[in-house]
Ligand binder design. Sequence first.
Ligand code: APR
Length: 233
Amino acid sequence: MGLKMKKLVVLSGAGISAESGIRTFRDADGLWEGHDVMEVASPAGWRNNQELVLDFYNQRRQQALSAIPNAGHKILADLENHFKVTIITQNVDNLHEKSGSSHIIHLHGELFKSRSTSHPELVYEVEGWELKTGDCCEKGAQLRPNIVWFGEDVPLMNTAISEVMAADIFIVIGTSLQVYPAASLINCVSKNAQKYIIDPNMPSIAKQSDLHLIEKGGSEGMAEVQEILLTEL
Ligand code: APR
């Protein structure tokens, strides 16, 4: 092993959690668990029907509580033995945490956090699965899921860009690369970095990039990349 661990940066999306039983967004006719995404994941949706949105995320939390990480998540956690790993995830589930990864950037927020609708800096843990109308911040304003909805800013985007720019190895896994600005991260990686993308249904934008294409499911594809990386150590 070299003296200095290489920096490995991962951009993950819904596909990495597919084998843990959490559905992706765009594999089912553009519906997310039976809902139009704008109904449950936009400021307009929240204004229109707060109960529906709270209930939707309550269900997602219940589902996440019982979900277990799959081999893809676990390989990423194990790679910390050999590389300085940062995971940038678009996922709001906590499966990267559950599998033991220690440096995770949740670009689109976290299911198990809530925040004040009037004071966005007031962020809380959600204990259990339920967030209800009437659950308020310390200043008395309704709490909402701490999720980045369509049309909202992505506060951690600059942090993510710096991480990707500094990567020696970059792995994209389980994202359709259709949602911006997250998808633009693939353009921030250095020319000299090793780059892989794992997806059983390869996004066409990836085919035009210089990412090495691994057209496989998350755990099988991660095992293949792990073998390549460990052989080169
Ligand atoms: N292993 C790996 N990838 C898989 C698997 C699997 N077993 N099954 C499906 N995939 C791939 C699909 O082929 C698809 O390319 O995962 C990708 C999932 O894409 P999306 O459903 O679009 O999810 P994602 O890219 O994470 O969505 C981005 O959109 O709705 C918003 O904020 C939400 O974070 C989300 C963002």
